[in-house]
Write a protein of this length. Structure first.
Length: 254
């Protein structure tokens, strides 16, 4: 599906990290962009930096009304054809740790944001895309973000791995549900990337993470994630697939 001057892309978690890089890439390709992130994020600053055809809509992906407001804002800019889900959290915690069992509320919060929030955005944006005239055979494409933790969940990642495993499991079913509506669904499962989640790690920890990646032995760059999203949009045969973007990394237990 080619991007034209009426194409609108909505990116959750779009103020920074993988989402921020995706916003920049799709805007550079000619799409208008709706940056969806929390009110405390630098989303407004990014929208102002990009200028024309970029707006920030503060929203919690778990909130139906807030997500719908972001979709409505996209409709004011043009035709919503691209949605990228990057919003997520990675709260650590063992099933049973030194302080006892992992808090059920803590587990549920991660699942609610990473899985239920992703589904909330998927379902509402797909409903909006139904009104689109097909372009290059597609009414739209939704990209979701999982993680290699869905396959290689490490110690202390029970909630995160479960939530991302849910996104992986959702991918094919959602793609099949939406196939007769000409809406594609593809998931990217990144490895270790230079994102705000890893920004606070000590240098020696970052170096250890880099050495674990077979090739290239470094952390992924958010721009590389964005490049893959751009290719997914362009390549209409990509549908119902989960793509690992990890330099051949298979995470060890810890």
């Amino acid at each position: 599906m080619q991007i034209n001057d009426s194409t609108v892309a909505l990116v959750t978690g779009g103020a920074s990290g993988l989402g921020g890089a995706t916003v920049r890439r799709l805007h550079a390709e000619g799409a208008a962009v709706v940056i969806v992130d929390l009110p405390s994020s630098p989303g407004q600053a990014l929208a102002e930096e990009l200028g024309d055809m970029a707006v920030f809509v503060p929203a919690d992906v778990r909130d139906e009304a807030q997500v719908q407001a972001a979709i409505d804002a996209a409709a004011e800019l043009g035709t919503l054809r691209i949605v990228v889900n990057c919003a997520g959290v990675a709260t650590p915690g063992r099933v049973v740790g030194k302080r006892g069992p992992l808090g059920l509320e803590d587990f549920a919060n991660v699942v609610n944001i990473n899985l239920i929030g992703t589904f909330n955005v998927l379902r509402l944006s797909a409903a909006a895309m139904l009104a689109n005239e097909p372009q290059d055979g597609d009414r739209g494409v939704v990209v979701m973000t999982a993680s290699i933790a869905a396959y290689d969940g490490q110690i202390g990642q029970a909630a995160y791995a479960a939530s991302k495993g849910g996104v992986v499991g959702l991918t094919l079913s959602a793609a099949r549900d939406l196939a007769d509506k000409a809406i594609r669904v593809v998931t990217v499962a990144p490895g270790t990337f230079e994102t705000p989640m890893l920004a606070g790690l000590p240098g020696e920890v970052k170096e250890l993470l880099e050495k674990q990646v077979p090739h290239p032995s470094r952390l992924g760059k958010p721009e590389e994630y964005a490049n893959l999203v751009a290719h997914i949009v362009d390549n209409s045969m990509l549908n119902g697939e989960v793509i690992r973007l990890d330099g051949a990394l298979r995470m060890p237990p810890r």
